[in-house]
Design a protein around this ligand. Structure first.
Ligand code: ADP
Length: 329
């Protein structure tokens, strides 16, 4: 399993990393069934989570505290659920941790690096641990990965001097060693500037063609730009599982907008199911959910994934049901 910068890689993981992936890419599919987790302090982090995650980029979207990291860590075999099962192809993720780790690349939220080492040296070191014994072959792999993640030109610089985006790309470089079939990326764009974010997302989308890639994030645009499927999670429960484009299409004709003065807003909020508000030139632009025109002054609004997310989070059952309909595609 990679990357594990903060802790030494366990021996059993290293040994088993030498074995080829458990299943060919075409058959790879992650099935999560009835997974629940309550921490010892009483926090119910996951409640009966059931999801099917195919090959490609999959977005797990939810606010802070929703349970995303708990689910990511559970899939990455770093903790166990109280109940439920997870399978990756024919591998039982909860019981056969070593088999999962052979084919897993995990980029955690907090990435620790050795600040004094260069990307090239550290990657070479991880490649040795990963089982690339032949020096020339290892060099080729290291070069190819550093070029893919556009770190080749800065490969000899200290990791301690890298920007946040460069560090994230280095994390992905290490995660990609050994050609993983399951890649878990937890909140990767938090703290990146816009240019770094775009670069990182482009890199992820390239990777997403070959593996199951789960991207956990609270940033709606990350999912909108990248993912062919997604789930929205809140308070440990899956609120929606859908294709982003289909969910947006299903909301078309059901989102209305109106500019309101600050003083009017409480009234509007009381009488309409408000999805979200945006400030524009000192006025509040209100988006509401309604099957037909909610009244004078409202005009139809073109929905995006943000409207899907906020209407589901606001608990508008109509929006949730519409967005989840398969025929909406
Ligand atoms: P997210 O990644 O969506 O922010 P988390 O999975 O980190 O959500 O947290 C879900 C819930 O579980 C929160 O209420 C959080 O406080 C709690 N939680 C997370 N990790 C622990 C832990 N190690 N011990 C106790 N409670 C935890």
């Amino acid at each position: 399993m990679k990357p594990l910068f903060l802790a030494p890689v366990p021996r059993d993981v290293l040994t088993l990393s030498l074995v080829p992936p458990a299943a060919p890419p075409g058959t790879m599919h992650l099935a999560i069934r009835g997974v629940s987790k309550t921490y010892s302090n009483g926090a119910r982090a996951l409640r009966d989570v059931t999801l099917d995650i195919p090959r490609g980029m999959y977005g797990l979207l939810g606010p802070n505290g929703a349970g995303k990291s708990t689910l990511m860590r559970t899939i990455a075999t770093l903790q166990e659920p109280d109940t439920g099962s997870i399978t990756l192809g024919d591998v039982d993720v909860v019981r056969e941790k070593e088999r999962v780790r052979r084919t897993l690349g995990y980029l955690p939220q907090e990435l620790g690096v050795y600040p004094g080492a260069s990307a090239e040296r550290l990657l070479d070191h991880f490649a040795v641990l990963e089982g690339f014994a032949d020096r020339a072959g290892r060099r080729r792999v290291v070069e190819a990965l550093l070029r893919q993640t556009t770190l080749w030109d800065v490969r000899r610089e200290r990791l301690g001097g890298y920007s946040g985006g460069m560090r994230q790309r280095f994390g992905i470089t290490v995660a990609l060693l050994g050609n993983p079939r399951l890649i878990i990326v937890d909140e990767p764009t938090a703290g990146l500037d816009p240019a770094e974010r775009v670069r990182f997302l482009n890199l992820l989308s390239e990777i997403g063609e070959q593996a199951v890639v789960i991207l956990s994030t609270h940033i709606v645009e990350d999912v909108a730009e990248l993912c062919s499927r997604m789930a929205i999670i809140d308070r440990g429960e899956i609120q929606l599982e859908a294709e982003p484009l289909a969910a947006i299409a299903a909301l078309r004709g059901r989102v209305w907008r109106r500019f309101v003065a600050k003083a009017e807003f409480p009234d509007v909020e009381r009488s309409h199911p408000v999805i979200c508000t945006k400030l524009q030139s000192g006025c509040t632009l209100v988006h509401v959910y309604a099957e037909s025109s909610p009244g004078p002054g409202f005009e139809p609004a073109e929905p995006g994934l943000e409207e899907v997310y906020f209407s589901v989070m606001a608990g508008h059952q109509g929006a949730r049901a519409a967005a989840a309909l398969p025929e909406a595609a």
